[in-house]
Design a protein. Structure first.
Lengths: 456, 456
């Protein structure tokens, strides 16, 4: 799977900008740069040094004045020879330089190819490589922190420890198989069971952490629903106004018409406003509404807002409750306009779990609502500081590992023979090894790195 | 005007991308980076070296794994100490790192502030500094070439030579003033006249070159006009289809609804389609139409397209001609559908200057049209390889210089005294010196560099 050709790509954001950086990796990186270069002889320069000079094309036309940085393999990101060229951040100049290199035989890099080479050359394991993309994509404190932890290898160590425990267990079983004819049991079955149970307990904790890890990485999609005039827009504005400045500072935050985001203590909430979900005869609008329903189906939470001043009878309240339940998603019942609520309704509803009474207009109860939103998402067992599963591929691998180990546990209890146990253990080891890339395939790698940006 | 504080800015394009580069310049650049840095001791490192390490914020939270490049002044772009930090290209990470530096007392750089410092510290003259922005903004071969020539100091040398000639001339006059009481003429008046005429000839050539230099830098706005069904859209498509691929490869090419661009031999033509200019009652559309007329008023050229099959009488043709003239801009009369043209009309029109007979549909005469467009723009006296004036500020300064020298010439002819001559010469020298920045003011510099991008 080793690459041998030399690749080039633009590594920085869309020009125009002050500068743009082109990254070149491969055995020919320095020699190919030299071909276009007028300045010091590059191959004679030390690794980790920078040099100012000019690039010229094959027709002796000046391309640009640039700074060339040299990283000699294996002391580089890809462990190959790497050259980084800082040129003026003009789209035209960038294109011209790239074309000059392509003309001389370099290949334009595929998405994630630099990181893929770094992985294949042993710079880091697969989970760490995936974290590079997560660091780039992180939009919040919590997502950034989880990604950095994974990139530094914290998560990989947890997996490595599990794998080591499992290999130890497997070696005992395999030893028995070697002596299979003699019908000996080297491994005490009670010890084995205890060992599998220990591993399974860790796996279950990790798998369970994915619920939080996933929302940390991707945000919590939260539907704001309720009858017209319940105060949905007022609530959204009240929630957003305080925090909007912070959100706006972060470039690239996507917002479509029915979506707005709010960061509560480092966790990203994506609010889907159901005000857009009215009945309509307009064909285009229908498509929009259908898409919104798709989004709502994938949401984690509903804030169901109802107007307390309109609650006169138990039936009034129950109608609202049924509307909230109809979404089929965990929900908070939030009574609005608490200042117009009669005492009997107040005392009945205030004590119910997952019920909040607020005033969006008077900004009453908003802090409690935020805290409650956070609590609904963060299960009591997890804090953001713990090892969290944030990657769906890792989640699936750990579920596979768990399933295989559950079979081992059953097998032990039913006293099945060592060779059947060994088969399930091998499955478990394989699933676990795929996370950090001890076991990988071209397809798997292609799939992972195709989601990276070009130049990384 | 020297700056003493240390500044930071994002120098690369909008994240997310593989990497982002932050640039820091000033006396505190290395020491301030060290505060957040975990890695080698930066001040002990050589200039032009790169170092891999981690940045941590004041709360000991990891910010990112980065590469830090060190340029020690005066061997840097700004001639101050410069640190360039390559971090992961996440908007969130970039913000976090910048905030950590700002918290420690760095200032976010103003637009063009790095280049301004480079100019003030004598790295290059003002015309070269301005060329840095032109290189970044260049969209075509010709614009890029002119900008590089200016950045390398080619244009500055021409100005320097003119200035030297003028200073020599001035020194002769000033010498006379020193001996003013004695009524001596050190400088032969005929020689002086010849000298001013030589300088004026160069100035006139440069001023004249601005017509081409300006369109090279900014493109040629070309109106495509004509009656409905004359074939305007077919012509535009025929013109664009061949070249569109090349244009599309260059990111950032702006196109509004009524505009499309085409590069003919390295020169950018911006076509304004007057199909959008119909009479309308719609308020919004009216604003759009008004804007289009604004654009047309600033256009350089009209392609007036008329349907040859509809020309039956001289009056038919004259009506079309008047419509073309009504734009008040240089125009080409382009008869379309030549395959349906009667012989008499053909023989009458084919011989007229600035008339072309084509078939947009059958792609007949398109190459001639392109060549003619180029010729209309490139006056016969100029080639792209000559020194071209591309900057409107330089153009104005050279016009001022010329005016002052014309006064000197008149003065010489009318035999006015040396002190009046000296005053006009000083004006000329001042105007000339403002181009390369020998003479500059805070206002002028603020105006020039405010048009730069942040981080440059």
């Amino acid at each position: 799977m080793k690459h041998t050709d030399t690749i080039i790509a633009l590594a920085t954001g869309a020009a125009p900008a002050a500068i743009a950086v082109l990254r070149i990796s491969g055995a020919e990186a320095v020699a190919q740069t030299q071909k276009l270069w007028r300045g010091k002889i590059l191959k004679e320069q030390l690794s980790h040094t920078m040099h100012v000079g000019w690039l010229y094309d094959a027709d002796n036309e000046p391309l640009d004045e640039v700074v060339v940085g040299i990283f000699k393999g294996p002391k580089s990101f890809t462990k190959e020879d790497v050259v980084e060229i800082s040129c003026h951040g003009s789209p035209f100049v960038v294109q011209k330089i790239i074309r000059a290199f392509l003309k001389n035989g370099l290949r334009y890099a595929e998405a994630g190819e630099f990181t893929k080479r770094a992985f294949l050359n042993g710079r880091f394991d697969l989970a760490q490589a995936e974290a590079v993309a997560d660091v780039i994509a992180s939009e919040t404190e919590a997502a950034h922190k989880a990604a950095l932890y994974q990139m530094k290898g914290g998560f990989s160590q947890v997996i490595a420890q599990l794998r080591q425990d499992l290999i130890h267990f497997a070696s005992l079983i395999e030893l028995e198989l070697d002596f299979g004819e003699e019908d000996v049991e080297f491994a005490n079955r009670a010890d084995l069971k205890a060992s599998v149970n220990r591993i399974l307990a860790v796996l279950r904790t990790l798998v369970k952490s994915f619920a939080l890890g996933n929302v940390i990485k991707n945000g919590v999609t939260t539907v704001i629903a309720g009858k017209p005039n319940a105060g949905k827009s007022t609530l959204l504005n009240t929630l957003l106004n305080e925090e909007k400045a912070i959100v706006s500072e972060i470039a690239g935050t996507t917002r479509d018409t029915i979506e707005d985001t709010l960061i509560i203590e480092g966790l990203l909430f994506r609010f889907v406003d159901t005000a857009g979900l009215r009945q309509t005869d307009d064909a285009i609008e229908k498509i929009g509404v259908a898409r919104s329903y798709e989004k709502i189906k994938a949401a984690e939470l509903v804030i169901y807002l109802f107007d307390l001043s309109q609650i006169q009878t138990p039936a009034d309240y129950e109608q609202e409750l049924h509307a909230a339940q109809a979404f089929g998603i965990p929900f908070l019942m939030v009574g609005n306009k608490v200042e117009h609520c009669n005492d009997f309704v107040y005392s009945t509803l205030a004590s119910l779990p997952d019920h909040l009474l607020i005033s969006a207009k008077q900004q009453d109860g908003i802090e409690v609502l935020k805290t409650t939103l956070l609590e609904k998402v963060q299960s009591q067992n997890f804090k953001i500081n713990d090892t969290l599963l944030t990657n769906v591929r890792h989640y699936e691998s750990l579920v596979h590992t768990s399933v295989a180990l559950e079979r081992v546990l059953n097998g032990l209890e039913q006293g099945i023979t060592g060779d059947f146990l060994a088969m399930d253990i091998r499955h478990a080891l394989q699933a676990l090894g795929s996370i950090t890339g001890e076991i990988s395939s071209d397809d798997l790698l292609a799939n992972i790195f195709s989601k990276f940006c070009i130049g990384k």
